[in-house]
Design a protein around this ligand. Structure first.
Ligand code: SF4
Length: 337
């Protein structure tokens, strides 16, 4: 399936809840086509490094009344699914996996916005599974285990982001997300229940969670939990996340200062990347550790697709008849500078 910008725009105009995946025109993204679904607008986990913090922090912050469930998300999803059956231009989309979620977490748990109480993600999963969609779950919450009874094991990849095993460090990096140990336990439960699993060790923040020892200890736990794949990337600074990283209250000012020389001076698509040799060194390190534990490896938007052993987002783990749209998950993309 060829998705040009105008095709995506046209398809998006016909849909309400699902949208064709658009990595903001990033030339470094190696993901196959998929349909993101954000059940919530905003996020209460308040990760220091968040790439979507215009949604998840600031005016959308944990305590802000401005974020919460997307209006009519369940009804809109129902409508999209019905429309896919009726509109020949949309029919092929049912072969694509739906990813929950990319710019929010599908399992928020603040006193005001709690998926445990609202069950909106659960209702969306029921609709999607009923319509035969494959699902790529991506979360930091062990609440995903609640939905294992409605997620189709053969057509779901359970993805969890874990950046460190260290609870104290995690509290600074991801203040309101569940503990790393709970996330690892959820992955182990997923594997036991027959789900394919991946862990995003993402991002590696220089001077904070990027030593070989830290990655080795975490990967060791992941392998013991039965995880299939590790996906990793380095911390790409946006202006807001860079300010939080350097903040003396709640950030890592020393690590920010001592790693500043590692960063390109100029932004690429709104991000400052770590210089290529240092990015490569880190990705090669994670890959070697993952492979030493028998896990697949890929990196995310690093411009190094040759390091990927399989698809960068775990789509190859979906055990379903080939839909004919993910024919080459190792296809090279535009090389970075
Ligand atoms: S869980 Fe994801 S969306 Fe939520 S704050 Fe953290 S990085 Fe941002």
């Amino acid at each position: 399936m060829e998705w040009t910008r105008s095709t995506k725009k046209k398809l998006a105009s016909k849909l309400k809840a699902l949208k064709p995946f658009d990595p903001y025109h990033s030339a470094l993204c190696t993901c196959g086509p998929k349909l993101p679904l954000n059940v919530y607008t905003g996020c209460g986990y308040e990760c220091l490094y968040c790439y979507t913090s215009s949604y998840s922090r600031g005016r959308w912050g944990r305590d802000s009344a401005a974020w919460g469930p997307r209006a009519d998300v369940v009804r809109h999803l129902e409508r999209d699914i019905t429309r896919m059956d009726a509109d020949s231009e949309l029919t092929g989309l049912k072969d694509l996996p739906v990813v929950l979620s990319l710019s929010s977490d599908p399992y928020p748990q603040t006193p005001r916005v709690s998926e445990a109480k609202l069950c909106l993600t659960r209702r969306c999963i029921e609709l999607l599974a009923g319509a035969g969609f494959a699902l790529l779950m991506q979360t930091k919450s062990d609440l995903v285990t609640r939905d294992f009874d409605v997620l189709p094991a053969e057509k779901t990849v359970v993805g969890m982001t874990i950046t460190t095993l260290d609870r104290t460090l995690a509290r600074k990096l991801e203040p309101y997300a569940p503990a790393p140990s709970a996330r690892i336990e959820a992955l182990a439960t997923a594997a036991e229940r027959g789900f394919a699993t991946l862990c995003r060790i993402d991002p590696l923040v220089p001077g904070v969670n990027d030593t070989a020892r830290q990655v080795e200890d975490l990967t060791n736990e992941l392998a013991a939990a039965g995880v299939n794949q590790v996906v990793s990337s380095t911390f790409k600074k946006r202006r807001d996340s860079a300010a939080r990283f350097a903040s003396v209250s709640g950030g890592f000012p020393e690590a920010a200062a001592s790693s500043e020389h590692l960063y390109e001076p100029n932004e690429v698509s709104g991000y400052r990347y770590i210089i290529e040799p240092e990015r490569r060194r880190r990705m090669q390190m994670v890959k070697a550790i993952a492979e030493s534990h028998g896990l697949e490896f890929s990196c995310c938007r690093e411009g190094m697709p040759e390091l990927n052993t399989r698809s960068c987002d775990g789509q190859h783990l979906l055990r379903r008849p080939a839909a004919g749209v993910f024919t080459d998950d190792r296809a090279p993309v535009t090389e970075p500078k």
